[in-house]
Design a protein around this ligand. Structure first.
Ligand SMILES: Cc1cc2nc3c(=O)[nH]c(=O)nc-3n(C[C@H](O)[C@H](O)[C@H](O)COP(=O)(O)O)c2cc1C
Length: 380
């Protein structure tokens, strides 16, 4: 099969080899990228398992300082020789005034008290320094890097590419895709409204950027001419086949991997995902100060009673962290952030505790079966 032009994809017969510029570049046998998921869901064991299975594993490195970033990348390299990715959040340093912190704690402290925690206090630091993380990432020379919450300068994109990294930007609408294209990105993640956890939106209001995956992917393919990875609500072979038909060159799946054996999130989070209904999730900014999709629970509902008190990201995120970590340790699903996409119920059909490699193999079989069956859509 011939390589095709950027921005288009080609779908193989069920026995054939799927070829797109993106999958060829990283010798992927399966057009599945495991989404980076901050919060413990994508440890090195999962990243390596996915890459070894012919997909592309991705480390969520946003919460890490430079040292931890280095040790996690070393752990992945010890487990695989295959390409993998590392993801960061693009953030400005946060220096909130006391009133902003005080107001946020007025809502958080009663919930901390419920869990037996003392009142919260202002912090020295609300997130790792992005510039330090970026320099560390460049020095690590990893095969693929991706970013969300913003766009890099051309200079930073060039520095990464000169270090041998393939650069992917996250877009939730076309203007963001064009901003990444103009910065020199190699590919775009199209994050549809169905997606679990934080919205990547960085141009305009998040409320205006809830474009569904079905509508978003072809628009980003047409507008950017870059390889597009479809993300949001893709849980099985049907979703993968549909995304490839829309012109995506691969899919990026998060929620589907959240309940895998390697995912080191609390068991109660997995069980809430597995028992969720299709309408169980909501996009909210009350937990972290940035819009994110998760399963409704008392944490979301109670913080939502005073939206005017919510501090911007990453301040609210850091201020609610102690509460959420304590809930995690206690397996208390009521005060965790239960990030999940709208496709959560589709995770139930997987065998209990399925490994990430087995999931990649299943997904590959499923999407090929869908494509084969689609030959019967047209009557002679
Ligand atoms: C628990 C969780 C954590 C996530 N963390 C990140 C992250 O650190 N960086 C990022 O770019 N995307 C993150 N995402 C979003 C994914 O990259 C992707 O857009 C999303 O999972 C796709 O939708 P799906 O969950 O329906 O598959 C996260 C998603 C989930 C479910």
């Amino acid at each position: 099969m011939q390589k095709q032009a950027a921005g288009s994809s080609s779908v193989a017969s069920s026995a054939g080899r799927y070829v797109s510029l993106f999958t060829e570049r990283f010798a992927m046998r399966v057009p599945v990228v495991q989404a980076p998921m901050a919060g413990g869901a994508t440890p090195p064991a999962m990243v390596a398992a996915v890459s070894n299975a012919g997909g592309l594993g991705f480390l969520a490195a946003a919460p890490f300082d430079a040292e931890k970033l280095g040790s996690e990348v070393a752990a992945i390299r010890a487990l695989t020789d295959r390409p993998f990715g590392v993801n960061l959040f693009i953030l400005e340093p946060a220096s909130p005034d006391d009133a902003t912190v005080r107001r946020a704690l007025d809502s958080i402290d009663p919930l901390r008290a419920l869990l037996g925690l003392p009142p919260g206090t202002p912090l020295d630091r609300y997130a790792p320094d992005f510039r330090t993380q970026l320099d560390a990432l460049i020095a690590l020379r990893v095969p693929v890097v991706s970013f969300t919450f913003g766009v890099l300068s051309k200079e930073d994109v060039t520095r990464l590419q000169q270090a041998g990294s393939y650069v992917i930007g996250t877009a939730t609408h076309v203007a963001e895709g064009l901003a990444w294209r103009d910065a020199g990105a190699d590919a775009i993640v199209a994050q549809g409204a169905e997606a679990g956890a934080h919205r990547g939106t960085f141009i305009g209001r998040a409320e205006d950027a809830l474009v569904g995956t079905l509508a978003l992917v072809p628009q980003l393919v047409d507008a950017t001419g870059l390889p597009v990875l479809a993300a949001g609500g893709i849980m099985d072979g049907r979703g993968i086949a549909a995304a490839l038909m829309l012109g995506a060159q691969a899919v990026q799946m998060g929620t589907a991997f959240l309940t895998c054996a390697e995912s080191a999130i609390p068991a109660i989070w997995k069980s809430r995902v597995l028992s969720a209904a299709d309408n169980a999730t909501e996009v909210t900014r009350v937990i972290t100060g940035r819009h994110a999709r998760g399963i409704r629970n008392p944490l979301m509902q109670q913080l939502g009673e005073h939206p005017e008190r919510i501090a911007p990201y990453p301040v609210q995120n850091a201020l609610t962290q102690g509460l959420r970590q304590s809930a995690s340790r206690a397996e208390n699903g009521d005060y965790l952030s239960l990030w999940s996409g709208q496709g959560a119920p589709l995770a139930r059909k997987r065998p209990d505790g399925i490994g990430a490699a087995a999931l990649v193999a299943l997904l590959d079989r499923e999407w090929r079966d869908v494509v084969s069956a689609s030959n019967g859509l047209l009557n002679d």
